[in-house]
Design a protein around this ligand. Structure first.
Ligand SMILES: Nc1nc2c(c(=O)[nH]1)N[C@H]1C(S)=C(S)[C@@H](COP(=O)(O)O)O[C@H]1N2
Ligand SMILES: [Mo]
Length: 249
């Protein structure tokens, strides 16, 4: 088990959120990012929603009867397949990069943390939506426990699947990383995640589009810049198809 801080989670989120914002405004990466057209969108979205504005949440009755799988719906890796058959007893989620205390968490560790259930709508750019009930700890809880260093500007999600010959990955900024609806989900509609929806762990970042919702999560990495990761655009679809890095909805 990890040794988690005893102090109030909310106080931690507030304090870290405030310092993360100051940091983002100062960083060179952010300065250059703010020149890009997509950040016009980001600025407008943030101004309208407020930095910690919540995405709409729904009732159980509004959940979609089925939640389709999209992109990778299976993972070829033999260790993954072996673990899938057994309920992932030896799966480890790593928290690494610019942190003072790297973590390795089992699924049992993830389930033992304070949980946030949320019923939200997933919107895929390909033109479909689905409402599902997700559950898991807030990303903020893990980042707090790992003590993210002040140089970190982004959180990168590393996935176990390979799509079109490339490792799937995604990234978000610290505002979204500490957003209350940004959770590491291990359950969908009250059941462990099915393989097609990202078993055993996937991200939910509720104010962004479907492709940001990284499935088959194996590591969470705090970085100063994502220039040297993949093709440098901050995510699989950003690299492959030029999708926007900030996919606010
Ligand atoms: N690791 C990984 N995560 C991924 C994808 C993927 O192919 N691999 N596809 C993305 C896209 S485009 C969408 S719309 C959602 C689909 O989630 P679902 O399969 O649970 O519907 O996952 C996103 N996260
Ligand atoms: Mo998507």
């Amino acid at each position: 088990m990890v040794d988690l801080p005893r102090r109030s989670l909310l106080a931690g989120i507030a304090a870290l959120g405030a310092s993360a914002c100051a940091k983002i405004n100062e960083s060179e990466t952010a300065k250059s990012l703010f020149k890009a057209a997509e950040d016009g969108h980001r600025a407008v979205h943030r101004a309208l929603a407020g930095k910690q504005g919540l995405a709409p949440e729904y009732t159980r009755a509004q959940r979609s009867p089925t939640f389709r799988g999209n992109g990778s719906v299976t993972v070829a890796d033999p260790f993954y397949q072996e673990q899938l058959g057994k309920g992932f007893p030896d799966w480890q989620l790593e928290v690494r990069g610019l942190v003072e205390r790297p973590l390795q968490l089992s699924l049992a560790d993830i389930r033992a943390l304070p949980q946030r259930p949320q019923i939200t709508r997933h919107d895929c750019v390909e033109g479909w939506s689905a409402i599902g009930e997700w559950q898991g700890p807030q990303l903020a809880t893990l980042l707090d426990a790992a003590k993210v260093r002040p140089e970190a500007n982004f959180i990168v999600f590393r996935c176990a699947d390979v799509l079109y010959g490339r490792d799937y990955y995604e990234s978000i900024d610290m505002v979204d990383a500490y957003h209350p609806q940004t959770i590491i989900a291990h359950a969908l509609n009250g059941e462990p995640l099915p393989e097609k929806n990202g078993a055993p762990l996937r991200m939910r970042i509720e104010r962004q589009l479907g492709y940001k919702q990284a499935k088959y999560l194996k590591a969470i990495e705090a970085v100063a810049s994502f220039d040297d990761i993949g093709q440098g655009k901050g995510g699989f679809w950003e690299d492959v198809a030029g999708y926007q890095w900030y996919a606010g909805i």
